[in-house]
Write a protein that binds this ligand. Structure first.
Ligand code: BGC
Length: 247
């Protein structure tokens, strides 16, 4: 079964056709910059472009950077606020004439890691944390997803944690890996104390360079901490998995 997986982020929109159940990415992914402002109309236009690029016709799954309930956007901190209350699934469906299923982006990445990556066969409490424009989270208990956890917005140093520990925060502030990793460490300790997971999987583009910062960032964390195996592609593969379930 071939599904188009699309990972909608605050900075980029990435997509590729994925074969399921193997989880294999069938073509080099396409990366489009997220339109600014990222309004529903502008994001739908980018998604249309993505579908045209792959000349795709079939079911599509998308990961969206906000709380998603039955296709409806409840929060969209890193996109245009005009998304709130919109039915993303319906909007994309009407715009493309294809069937769509939309879930939270970090939940999508977590699903892929639990099936094909670092969380495979893990049956305890697993937390996936994605470090990108924002911080996303996905929680699995006995392999079952608890959706929309939003640990990126925990309070740390009196602030929204993603504003100090996301990958974007490192870039914006021009912090060294060392300086940033101390903030990530504080954040991972916070998550560790909150839910006491058995495993924390850290993903996002920065997981590709985990050796630069993860050993320091995971120091003293009780849970086992590992980088994502699918790195930044977890979001695409997980979105495709959601797409396979229909919309
Ligand atoms: C959003 C989450 C999302 C994360 C990563 C946060 O700002 O609230 O829903 O998963 O960014 O994109």
């Amino acid at each position: 079964m071939k599904i188009l997986g699309i990972d909608i982020g605050g900075t980029g929109i990435k997509g590729a056709p994925v074969e399921l159940p193997s989880g294999e990415i069938l073509a080099e992914h396409l990366h489009l910059p997220t339109p600014q402002p990222a309004t529903p109309g502008a994001v739908t236009a980018a998604i249309k472009k993505m579908i045209q690029h792959f000349q795709f016709s079939g079911p599509v799954g998308a990961g969206f950077p906000g709380v998603m309930r039955k296709g409806v956007v409840e929060t969209a901190v890193n996109l245009s606020p005009s998304w709130v209350g919109k039915n993303a699934e319906k909007l994309f469906k009407h715009g493309t004439k294809l069937s769509f299923s939309v879930i939270n982006d970090a939940d999508a990445a977590g699903l892929a890691e639990m099936t094909y990556g670092a969380g495979k066969k893990e049956r305890g409490t697993v937390v996936m944390i994605t470090l990108g424009t924002g911080i996303g989270s996905a929680v699995f208990i006995g392999g079952v997803l608890v959706p929309n956890t939003e640990f990126g917005h925990l309070t740390m140093r009196g602030k929204d944690a993603e504003t100090i520990a996301s990958a974007k925060a490192r870039e914006v502030n021009d912090w060294s890996w060392k300086k940033w990793s101390k903030r990530v460490r504080e954040y991972l300790h916070l998550v560790d104390r909150l839910i006491n997971p058995d495993l924390i999987i850290v993903g996002g583009g920065v997981s590709q360079r985990a050796e630069k910062w993860l050993p320091r960032a995971s120091k003293g964390v009780k849970a086992k901490v590992v980088p994502a195996k699918l790195h930044n592609e977890a979001g695409i593969v997980g979105a495709a998995m959601a797409g396979a379930k229909g919309g």
